[in-house]
Design a protein around this ligand. Structure first.
Ligand code: DX5
Ligand code: ZN
Length: 235
C-alpha cells in the first residue's frame, strides 16, 4: 500500500467497539498511518471513553503506531500505564497543565515521542516555547470531548500560523488536525498546512466501509498541497 505525504490517523472513538480489532485491521490494510486513541476522563472533557486496557488489546492486533490523545485532568498520572500498554506516542493538552514542559519531558524519559494539543480558542503563540521539545502538534478543529462535531473554520488561519512556526523551528514536527475532518474539510486543513489528519466519523461512520471511506478522504487531498508540503520539507 502506497504511503502518502499527508498521513491519515483513524480515530477509534467512532469505531464499532464490538468489532474494534476488525475495524483497526481494516484501517491498517487500507493504508492508515497510525491509530488515534482518544482518552477522556469525564473531567477534562464532559465525556468518558477508554483507558490503557484498550491500548493493550490493540497492540496485539496491529503493527500501526498507536497515538494516545489524553483528555484528562492529570496526564502525568497515566503516562506509565499507557506506555506499558503499548502506546507509541502521547499527546497532551496545553490547557489545564501548568507544568507542560515537565509532562513532555516525562513522556520523552519513557522513550516516546511527545505531542502538544491546543483547543480552538487557544492561540498558536502558546506553542512557541515548547515546539522545539515535541514531535507532534495537534490543533483541535472542534472542542474536545465528542466525535461527529462540526469543524471550526476559524482554526484554519491558526493551522497556517503553526505551519510557519514549524518551518522556522522544527521542520520534522507533525502538524495534526483533529475534529470534523471529512471530505470537505480535509482539503482545507491540508491547504492550510496540516500533514496528519485525524478522522473518526469520516472513516468509521460511513456505510461504504472503512477502506472506501479512507479512499474518498484521500481523494480530496489536493495534490498540489501535498507537493508543496513535500517541497518545504526537503528545502
Ligand atoms: C474529539 C476527539 C477526536 C474525535 C474526532 O475530542 O479528540 O479525535 O474522535 O471525531 P470526528 O472525526 O468524528 O470529529
Ligand atoms: Zn483526538
Amino acid at each position: 500500500m502506497e504511503k502518502y505525504a499527508v498521513k491519515l490517523a483513524p480515530s477509534i472513538l467512532a469505531a464499532d467497539f464490538a468489532r474494534l480489532g476488525e475495524q483497526v485491521a481494516e484501517a491498517e490494510q487500507a493504508g492508515a498511518d497510525r491509530i488515534h486513541v482518544d482518552v477522556m476522563d469525564g473531567h477534562f472533557v464532559p465525556n468518558l471513553s477508554m483507558g490503557a486496557p484498550i491500548v493493550q488489546s490493540l497492540r496485539r492486533v496491529t503493527r500501526l503506531p498507536l497515538e494516545i490523545h489524553l483528555m484528562v485532568n492529570d496526564p502525568d498520572f497515566f503516562l506509565n500505564e499507557f506506555v506499558e500498554a503499548g502506546a507509541d506516542s502521547i499527546l497532551v493538552h496545553w490547557e489545564g497543565n501548568p507544568n507542560l514542559h515537565r509532562t513532555v519531558q516525562r513522556i520523552k524519559a519513557l522513550g516516546k515521542p511527545a505531542g502538544v494539543v491546543i483547543n480552538p480558542a487557544t492561540p498558536a503563540a502558546v506553542l512557541e516555547e515548547i515546539l522545539q521539545d515535541v514531535e507532534q502538534v495537534l490543533i483541535m478543529t472542534v472542542n474536545p470531548g465528542f466525535g461527529h462535531q462540526h469543524f471550526v473554520p476559524t482554526t484554519l488561519p491558526k493551522i497556517q500560523r503553526v505551519r510557519q512556526m514549524i518551518k522556522q523551528v522544527k521542520l520534522e514536527c507533525d502538524l495534526e488536525v483533529d475534529g470534523g475532518i471529512d471530505t470537505k474539510t480535509a482539503p482545507l486543513a491540508v491547504a492550510a498546512g496540516a500533514n496528519v489528519l485525524v478522522a473518526g466519523t469520516a472513516i468509521f461512520g460511513e456505510s461504504e466501509g472503512v477502506a472506501a471511506a479512507m479512499e474518498h478522504l484521500r481523494a480530496t487531498i489536493p495534490q498540489a498541497s501535498t507537493e508543496r508540503y513535500e517541497q518545504t520539507k526537503h528545502a
